[in-house]
Design a protein around this ligand. Structure first.
Ligand SMILES: NC(=O)c1ccc[n+]([C@@H]2O[C@H](COP(=O)([O-])OP(=O)(O)OC[C@H]3O[C@@H](n4cnc5c(N)ncnc54)[C@H](OP(=O)(O)O)[C@@H]3O)[C@@H](O)[C@H]2O)c1
Length: 470
């Protein structure tokens, strides 16, 4: 059909509306549909002006409105809603049509949906999209995965609406199967870790150093000028500066300290455990959110658990420089774990993910965009087959120069009773990965002693068992 919609979007909540406007403002004709018609009406009334956006109020009408082969992007709530929409849509589609899921779906669900739809001749892409509300409107980071042929149907459109960085548009093919959603999941896990690290630095400045919120905001602003330049560093400063219109106090101080989560961080931690990839900093960031939730329990325990010294007393700029170094180290450790996880997932699931492209796509538009990404990409490109950033001397040097500072921060934090789970696991991770010999020999000996699990020796080949307790 000529003059029909070049792309259709189902789901007009925050993300769907902004993506529809983004496509339309780049000249693409967009058909839109939402289960609840009032939302579609509201969108047209409040936000659509001259953009080529065509509303549909039934799925039949929506499907008819699209050029063939159809390109349909689902922006509905992740989970069973995606299956329900696909089920309703399927009888209306024709072989060759393309359905894309732009939500935060689990990569295994994406693989399942891809296979089910393939049986009907329908193409399917799992598309990770990052950037939140603003990114969706002005240029998100886009991580599509599935068949390369399916991607070819939308590449020209995604590249236009994506964020643009000096290294090109922030959209690239992430690989086969559920690769797009897997990469987005790892993105979110790094996001959790970075946010946890930032929160720990704020807590340290507030609790250990007694700094007022304004001074903490100023510190993040200064850090944002240097190596820690990143969307989340800048955002932390802006959020800390925001004042509650009613009280005039920093709003952040009035917010309940219970962090929510929607699942992607937990899935990444679960996947890391399943694949046998150590990702302690990514995992602990999820645990820290879970722990924060037990507010009343913490209050009860804390009331009966005094800590001797809450403040470090007068501090020098040197302490803040150490904290900055520690946060950089935490972030590098989180990226190192995330990229190892991506390497292993790509190997096990045959994704064929190019991690240098992943890092390029994360350069702009997404929540974890950061100055470090250019450096990390250079390292991955030096040897794309290396699972570890840690194999690179340049990467190790960046960690090594920051380890003493991170160690000092952890000691001060302990004195002041400030928990720093992301930073401490990052330090543990680096210290463990640099040790050629770990105390796992004793674990092996004990396993053999109580359960005859056998062990290997370092001085001769073979598998051994000892009657330790005779
Ligand atoms: N918000 C963000 O910043 C962000 C960023 C990146 C990715 N994402 C992901 O993008 C997706 C969309 O996010 P969102 O925040 O825009 O919306 P959302 O709150 O996750 O979902 C609401 C949308 O889903 C529709 N929906 C829910 N159940 C449905 C069902 N059974 N059948 C048909 N439609 C159904 C709703 O329609 P009704 O109006 O009829 O209720 C509404 O359009 C999610 O997967 C989310 O995780 C969000």
């Amino acid at each position: 059909m000529r003059n029909g919609g070049e792309i259709g979007i189902i789901g007009l909540a925050v993300m769907g509306q902004n993506l529809a406007l983004n496509f339309a403002r780049h000249g693409f004709r967009v058909c839109v549909y939402n289960r609840t018609p009032e939302r579609t009406e509201g969108f047209l009334r409040d936000r659509v002006r001259d953009e080529p956006i065509i509303p549909a109020y039934t799925l039949e009408e929506f499907v008819r409105c699209l050029e063939r082969p159809r390109r349909i992007l689902l922006m509905v709530q992740a989970g069973s809603a995606v299956d329900q929409v696909i089920e309703a849509l399927l009888p209306l589609l024709e072989p060759g049509d393309l359905v894309m899921d732009g939500g935060n779906s689990h990569y295994a669900d994406t693989e399942r949906r891809m296979q089910n739809l393939a049986a009907h001749g329908i193409r399917f892409l799992g598309v990770g999209i990052s950037g939140g509300e603003k990114g969706a409107l002005l240029g998100p980071s886009i991580m599509p995965g599935g068949s390369a042929e399916a991607y070819a149907m939308v590449e020209h459109m995604f590249i236009r609406i994506a964020a643009q960085s000096e290294e090109g548009p922030c959209c690239a093919y992430m690989g086969r199967g559920g690769a797009g959603h897997y990469v987005k999941m790892v993105h979110n896990a790094i996001e959790y870790a970075f946010m946890q690290g930032i929160a720990e630095a704020y807590d340290f400045m507030k609790t250990a150093l007694g700094m007022p919120v304004e001074a903490i905001a100023e510190t993040f602003e200064r850090w944002n000028e240097g190596a820690l330049n990143a969307f989340l560093t800048e955002l932390a400063a802006r959020v800390l500066r925001y004042r509650d219109p009613e009280s005039g106090d920093p709003l952040v101080e009035r917010i309940m300290d219970r962090a929510e989560q929607k699942g992607t961080g937990r899935w990444a931690a679960q996947s890391a455990l399943e694949l046998g990839v150590p990702a302690p900093t990514l995992t602990v960031a999820v645990i820290a959110r879970t722990l924060s939730y037990f507010k009343t329990d913490r209050e009860r325990i804390g009331a009966g658990f005094p800590w001797p010294d809450q403040r470090l007393g007068p501090f020098s700029e040197g302490v803040l420089a150490d904290l900055e170094a520690a946060l950089n180290l935490m972030l590098l450790a989180a990226f190192s774990q995330g990229l190892w996880l991506l390497h292993e997932a790509s190997r096990v699931y045959s994704y064929g993910t190019d991690r240098a492209e992943v890092l390029r796509v994360w350069r702009a538009g997404c929540i974890i965009r950061a100055r470090w990404l250019g450096f990390l990409r250079e390292i991955v490109r030096e040897d794309p087959e290396d699972p570890h950033l840690l194999f690179s001397a340049r990467f190790r040097a960046e960690l090594q120069q920051r380890l003493p500072a991170a160690g000092r921060v952890l000691r001060w934090a302990f004195e002041a009773g400030v928990p720093m789970p992301a930073l401490s696991t990052a330090v543990d991770y680096v210290l463990s990965m640099r040790r050629s010999r770990l105390p796992a020999n004793l674990i092996q000996a004990q396993r053999d002693a109580f359960g005859a699990h056998t062990y290997e020796r370092i001085d001769r080949p073979g598998v051994f068992h000892t009657e330790w307790l005779d």
